[in-house]
Design a protein around this ligand. Structure first.
Ligand code: GLU
Length: 506
């Protein structure tokens, strides 16, 4: 094994990839990359019932999407990269079996034949006496192998202080008397979590373990096993819990918890990485925007906090909107297209990336049929529409609501056309005036449109511009009227104004 430091991210593929797991993956990646070390992905799929291949794939796609490519581990095609595999626990049973047998042979573990009923009763009595429940050690002296179902228990040493130096928390200590003889394997010699992890970390040369605070009580158990097996103990760091705004552990009550939901809503990977890095770490200073590369450069695990990290969705929104604004407009348009398709605003006969030169596409301009009418819209125009909303977008899925009126006339309440105390007649006059101004615009460009309208405004510009903008967009808030008109062209502009007038006079 080389001298590089090695970290692992070992998720269990038993559910949708959690935002907390994404943070754990990130912090392991950061420690590895900061120290020019290696980042290993290991799939902990020993729970046969709950582990699913689709979740495993979701994990891999999610980490990749976040930009946290692993140096070793399983691949989506079912193969693996790296020489310390297999990297799926389900394929490592022979290895666990060998070490379980070793502990049994050395009398550091024993077979326990207690039934579930006996254990439940024992536990109940201990709780009644106000004691913390732990195994009584009833089977610890049975030497012979019985013909009955059993589990393998680790013979936990008595009166031993287990101390480790957590990279975030400093010295942490436990008393072995509080632990009791815990189960490490089943009668088929399959390994339980604490045992499998210790063997894997050892066999895979893991030097540093970074994981959530909820695992802290597993660490003394793992250290005891390492001592019994006479193998090295890695360095440990336990990240603070992610909390909701009420300081309770983050749950669905507070915010979406699966990474998939954030991706679907239109959060960018670079924004999530930036946000997740700040959930427990801070480089110091006021600056909040850091790329993954910059986070790696600035990262120091000693600057991680012990206390809970509050998940603040407004913060995520503000970071995400920053990255949206920073995006190249062609790229942003590409990212928005799937949302427009799923809202039925443009139809879906669109082949990804084929249209933009930056992506190697041959046609600089593509046409997208509008869903409702059979009109077409060019990629350029689409990008102009998106560009108008770049500043307002907190996440990409907002684009459909912001821009629907560009693709179809939307129904709106006639009251929307009224500016302040204007009467019906005054609104109608205002619309007529807009129509008249339109007929004077010879060349359709933003300067001409703006100049013609502004020079026709009263002191209170809203009297002309509010009914105009409302008629064009059918919305309380939208892009400015001149920008909309520029994209609509004179015909569509006239059409919307006429619709508004009909609505008013109905
Ligand atoms: N499979 C465990 C989990 O998903 C890994 C815990 C560890 O890092 O040791 O929580």
């Amino acid at each position: 094994m080389n001298n590089k430091i090695r970290l692992r991210f070992p998720p269990s593929p038993t559910g949708a990839f959690h935002i907390g797991s994404a943070r754990t993956a990130l912090f392991n990646y950061l420690v590895a990359k900061k120290n020019k070390g290696e980042f290993v992905l290991r799939i902990e799929d020993t729970d046969k019932e709950r582990s699913k291949l689709e979740y495993e794939k979701d994990i891999m796609r999610s980490i990749k999407w976040l930009g946290l490519e692993w140096d070793e581990g399983p691949k989506e095609d079912g193969k693996e990269k790296g020489k310390y595999g297999p990297y799926r626990q389900s394929q490592r049973s022979d290895i666990y079996k060998k070490y379980l047998q070793k502990l049994l042979d050395e009398d550091k573990a024993y077979r326990c034949y207690c039934t579930k009923e006996e254990l439940d009763k024992e536990r109940e009595e201990q709780l009644k006496r106000g004691e913390a429940p732990k195994y009584s050690g009833k089977c610890s002296n049975i030497k012979e192998k019985r013909d009955a179902d059993f589990v393998i228990r680790f013979r936990c040493p008595k009166h031993e202080k287990i101390v480790f130096n957590d990279m975030i928390r400093g010295e942490v200590s436990f008393n072995s008397n509080d632990i009791g003889d815990f189960v490490i394997g089943k009668s088929d010699y399959s390994a339980l979590y604490n045992f499998a992890v210790v063997i894997d970390d050892y066999k895979m040369g893991i030097t540093h373990v970074v994981r959530g605070e909820d695992h802290i009580s597993n660490t003394p158990r793992q250290i005891l096993l390492q001592k019994a097996l006479e193998i090295n103990t890695p360095y440990y760091a336990h990240l603070p819990l992610i909390l909701g705004s009420d300081r309770n552990k983050l749950s669905k009550r507070h915010a979406a918890t699966s990474l998939y939901e954030y991706k679907e809503k239109g959060y960018l990977p670079e924004a999530l990485i930036n946000f997740l890095a700040f959930l427990g770490w801070n480089p110091g200073g006021e600056r909040e925007i850091y790329s993954l590369k910059e986070i790696v450069e600035n990262f120091d695990i000693k600057r991680c906090k012990k206390g809970g990290a509050i998940f603040n969705i407004e913060k995520l929104n503000s970071i995400n909107s920053y990255y949206i604004k920073e995006k190249d407009i062609n790229e942003l348009t590409m990212l928005c297209i799937p949302y427009l398709i799923s809202s039925n605003l443009i139809n879906s006969d669109f082949k990804e990336k084929q249209f933009i030169p930056a992506y190697g596409g041959k046609q600089p301009i593509a046409s997208f049929k509008l869903f409702e009418s059979e009109k077409e819209i060019s990629f350029k125009k689409l990008s102009e529409i998106i560009s108008l909303h770049k500043e307002r977008m907190k996440y990409l899925s907002e684009i459909s609501d912001f821009t629907d009126y560009f693709f179809k006339e939307i129904d709106y309440d006639v009251n929307l056309l009224y500016w302040k105390e204007m009467t019906k007649e005054e609104v109608a006059e205002s619309i007529d005036k807009s129509l008249e101004i339109l007929s004077n615009i010879k060349e359709w460009n933003k300067e001409n449109i703006e100049q013609q309208f502004i020079s026709s405004c009263d002191k209170d510009k809203g009297r002309l511009l509010w009914p105009l903008r409302a008629a064009l967009s059918g919305k309380k808030a939208s892009a400015g009227p001149f920008d909309i008109m520029l994209i609509f062209g004179p015909e569509e502009t006239k059409k919307r104004l006429k619709t508004a007038k009909n609505k008013l006079l109905k």
